[in-house]
Design a protein around this ligand. Structure first.
Ligand SMILES: Nc1nc2c(ncn2[C@@H]2O[C@H](COP(=O)(O)OP(=O)(O)OP(=O)(O)O)[C@@H](O)[C@H]2O)c(=O)[nH]1
Ligand SMILES: [Mg+2]
Length: 327
């Protein structure tokens, strides 16, 4: 609502057609003074009213931001990874979020700007990890400059997000342009880290004929530093959710600090099979540091809860780690 009001106020769009045309036509016909005056008064009243509504909306937005900041603090203190759903308007973000959270509170409607208030839901995957999903407002192309600020405000959280799910409506003929537009908007967000991991979520595959999704995916592939994976889903029909959950888990382990467990290990040379398995790019373990020592491989790793349990016997204390590495 707010961006639309702002748009009317700055361009006069809509109202010019109402009041302005009466004045213009009136002055040419001689009886213009009365009509013109009336038109202008009406226009002024409209503008005053709009200004009041904008100011009310701004207050609401400020309130939303404050609440959000408080929530953010709480979530951060809980240490939950924040996974934001971003994408072009109508891509199916809210539908996907609802389906994943099995919660019908978030509105999903076939309308522009339906989601001006980003919403959060915590979701626990079957593997046991809980993440915080954050829905955001849909992006649109060629956003008037005055609106960009308003949209940015609602997207502040994307800057702090641990992982982005970039939702795409693959059934749209302009999907490629929409992706480019979203990436551009993200890049322009102040303080946005381009390296924030991003999973492309190709949504609405139920609307495509068999095999068409792969074809489309090829044509949509977009070189971008943050994009590290892609999944095909149908938010509406619940297709591809397992693969999506796995991709999220995998990304959190490999590309963020949310691998749950940072462990310091000493793997004896005799356990070379274990060492090879860890080096094989196994998605359960990310090696942050490694050094061969006289007793074995000294490592610092981020591991999934399952892997951490398996590696428990090889754990060394902080002091031992320092001692061995200094020898
Ligand atoms: N066929 C099909 N329709 C879908 C799918 N996902 C979402 N939709 C429909 O697409 C429309 C838009 O969905 P939303 O979830 O509101 O989209 P959004 O990305 O949140 O939109 P904004 O909040 O405006 O940015 C709705 O009519 C959904 O029912 C899908 O997987 N398949
Ligand atoms: Mg939405």
């Amino acid at each position: 609502m707010l961006p639309r009001l702002r748009y009317y106020l700055t361009t006069g769009a809509g109202m010019e057609a109402q009041g302005g045309s009466v004045g213009a036509g009136g002055s040419a016909s001689g009886g213009g003074a009365y009509l013109k005056g009336k038109g202008e008064t009406q226009l002024q009243m409209d503008r005053t009213l709009l200004k009041k509504r904008i100011s009310a909306c701004m207050k609401q937005l400020e309130e939303v931001r404050k609440v959000r900041a408080r929530q953010r603090d709480r979530h951060n203190s809980l240490g939950l990874p924040i996974v934001s759903l971003v994408g072009y308007t109508n891509a199916g973000k809210s539908t996907l979020m609802n389906a994943l959270a099995q919660n019908t509170e978030v509105k999903a409607k076939d309308r522009l700007f339906e989601t001006l208030d980003p919403t959060r839901r915590s979701v626990t995957w079957p593997g046991g990890r809980t993440v915080m999903l954050a829905d955001t407002v849909g992006f649109i192309q060629r956003l008037p400059e005055q609106l960009v600020a308003g949209f940015r405000a609602t997207l502040e959280e994307v800057v702090e997000t641990d992982l982005i799910l970039h939702v795409v409506d693959v059934s749209s003929p302009t999907a490629a342009q929409q992706i480019a537009s979203v990436l551009k908007t993200l890049k322009r967000l102040p303080h946005f880290k381009p390296s924030t991991p991003q999973i492309m979520v190709y949504n609405k595959i139920d609307k495509l004929e068999g095999g068409k999704a792969e074809e489309l995916e090829q044509s949509l592939s977009y070189p971008h530093p943050g994009i590290i994976g892609h999944v095909q889903v149908s938010a509406l029909q619940g297709i591809g959710f397992t693969a999506l959950a796995e991709a999220i888990e995998d990304t959190l382990i490999k590309h963020t600090d949310f691998g749950a467990n940072r462990l310091k290990l000493l793997i004896p040379y005799a356990d070379s099979a274990l060492y090879s398995q860890m080096k094989s790019g196994d998605q359960q373990v990310k090696i942050n540091f490694e050094e061969p020592t006289s007793d074995g491989y000294l490592m610092e790793v981020t591991a999934s809860p399952t892997a951490a349990r398996m590696l428990k016997d090889f754990e060394v204390s902080e002091e031992d780690f320092e001692l061995i590495s200094s020898m």
